[in-house]
Design a protein around this ligand. Structure first.
Ligand code: UTP
Length: 463
């Protein structure tokens, strides 16, 4: 444990209040607080807060935003799709691809007490979000005859339960050698008016995960990027745990990434309406960037093309392919990813031991976002996909208007129903269907499985 003198020197005069209760703490509490202080990037926070006046003015910048240069579905010929899929399949089969699932968020909106990855989402099977992703990945392994490494990023509140969950469930069938569960870092909440770090109790700092962009720092700490390169892994397929519609290691996306010699590729969907709550993928100052919906002025969001379609049409669904070489370059500099600020109400204890529960936002939480890697790439690619085939996130609690467990389950059933119907099945309107990737990983495998037309009159789980 660091000595009190060392801790004081880390805190400096600006953050010395973190040690205000030191004398009254037990040895264990001191150890805990010292560990937290040792993890804090005081310089980064100091710099960030001193730049307060220079916060990026997205509202102004957004006026210049243009639609991204994207591979749109209507422009892709059958031949070019086949060529890309073959490229992607070759990359996977030669063990050049790994997958990362980010699952470090707190899942506040869903209101589920366990990590979001443990939420049961299979419409008939009740498989959890973690299972859905791992099953899809194992489907890809079966299809391409290789083992694909999986990385799972957890956060402070999800790490232990996630580790236990994988252990108690035989790693969901994955080879433990090919699975790495690693924890992302945290950032302290900072008083919005003074820049002082807030204490959640006399012995602990108010910390929260440092955003999905924390993957860069957390991953480089594990040394995985170097190990991966030594093993010949070239691309990292990135997905979020809350979207079970993602096709693990989508060969088409990986193939387009390779053919386009892209360093960072992102999958997008056409926004359903101008103010839809998804990040907007745009071209700004010659770079592919994402403007959050909250930063995009309504009049800009509502701009249309002569045919009435949205000018800024591309919605981020947080499915990316990154080159390992590119990630290594980005991780060698601490400020590749800027901090984003969120004003939040954060309860805290002051230096006199008084507890405060503010009703209005009093604090700034600093988070990094993974999509800020896009403008850092020399070459970034944007690829359109149909939302009905790739995007149904679980964000909000049952009964909310959008992005709920119900909407996600309905999207899964609809997708699998379409695959079956296209393969000649007749399904009663009120029947639910679900396909396990062991039975068929994609529409092509459904066609091969069915062979002849069938009729489905009851809920059916194909497994
Ligand atoms: P969200 O921003 O939707 O957050 O994360 P969340 O934690 O799932 O839900 P809320 O906002 O608290 O209700 C999108 C994805 O990024 C991951 C989440 O686990 C989810 O897969 N994430 C988010 C991280 O891994 N780390 C973070 O710090 C934040």
């Amino acid at each position: 444990m660091l000595s009190l003198e060392q801790l004081k020197s880390l805190c400096g005069t600006e953050q010395l209040h973190l040690l205000a209760h030191w004398e009254s703490l037990t040895q264990i509490q001191r150890q805990g607080l010292a560990d937290q202080i040792a993890q804090i990037d005081f310089d980064g926070i100091g710099q960030e807060m001193s730049l307060q006046q220079q916060v990026c003015d997205w509202q102004k910048l957004a006026q210049k935003a243009e639609p991204p240069e994207a591979l749109r579905l209507v422009d892709m010929s059958h031949e070019s799709l086949v060529e890309a899929i073959v490229q992607g399949q070759q990359a996977i089969a030669s063990r050049e691809v790994a997958m990362v699932l980010v699952a470090g968020g707190q899942g506040t909106r869903l209101g589920f007490e366990l990590p979001k990855g443990m939420y049961p989402i299979g419409p008939l099977s009740g498989r959890t979000l973690f299972q859905m992703h791992v099953d899809s990945l194992r489907g890809a392994m079966r299809r391409f005859g290789v083992s694909i490494p999986l990385l799972v990023m957890t956060g402070p509140s999800t790490h232990e339960p996630t580790l236990r969950y994988f252990q108690e469930n035989a790693n969901l069938g994955l080879d433990p050698q090919e699975l790495m569960i690693f924890e992302q870092g945290t950032m302290p909440a900072v008083d919005a008016s003074t820049g002082r770090i807030l204490m959640e109790s006399p012995s602990s700092i108010a910390l929260s995960p440092d955003g999905h962009g924390g993957i860069l720092r957390a991953l480089s700490k594990t040394g995985w990027l170097e190990r991966a390169q030594d093993q010949g892994i070239k691309h990292l397929f990135y997905a979020q745990v809350d979207n079970p519609l993602v096709r693990a290691c989508d060969p088409l996306l990986i193939g387009l990434h390779r053919l386009g010699q892209s360093q960072a590729t992102t999958q997008v969907v056409e926004k359903r309406f101008a103010t839809e709550k998804v990040g907007n993928v745009v071209k700004l100052d010659g770079k592919t960037q994402i403007i959050e919906y909250s930063d995009l002025p309504e009049e800009v969001a509502k701009q249309t093309n002569p045919d009435g379609s949205l000018r800024l049409w591309a919605g981020n669904i947080a499915v990316h392919v990154f080159d390992i070489e590119f990630l290594k370059r980005c991780s060698s500099s601490s400020n590749t990813l800027p901090f984003h600020r969120a004003h939040k109400s954060v309860p805290y204890v002051d230096q006199h031991g008084q507890e405060h529960t503010p009703l209005v936002p009093n604090a700034i939480k600093l988070e990094r976002f993974v999509f800020d890697l896009l403008p850092a790439a020399d070459r970034a690619l944007v690829v359109e996909v149909l939302a009905s085939e790739a995007f149904a996130p679980v964000k909000n609690a049952i009964g909310s208007p959008t992005d709920t467990p119900e909407t996600c389950k309905a999207a899964l059933v609809n997708l699998h129903r379409r695959w079956l119907v296209n393969a000649g099945a007749e399904i009663d309107a009120d029947c639910l269907v679900e396909i396990h990737p062991n039975w068929a990983w994609d529409e092509q495998e459904v066609q091969a499985r069915l062979g002849k037309p069938i009729q489905i009159h009851a809920d059916t789980y194909f497994t």
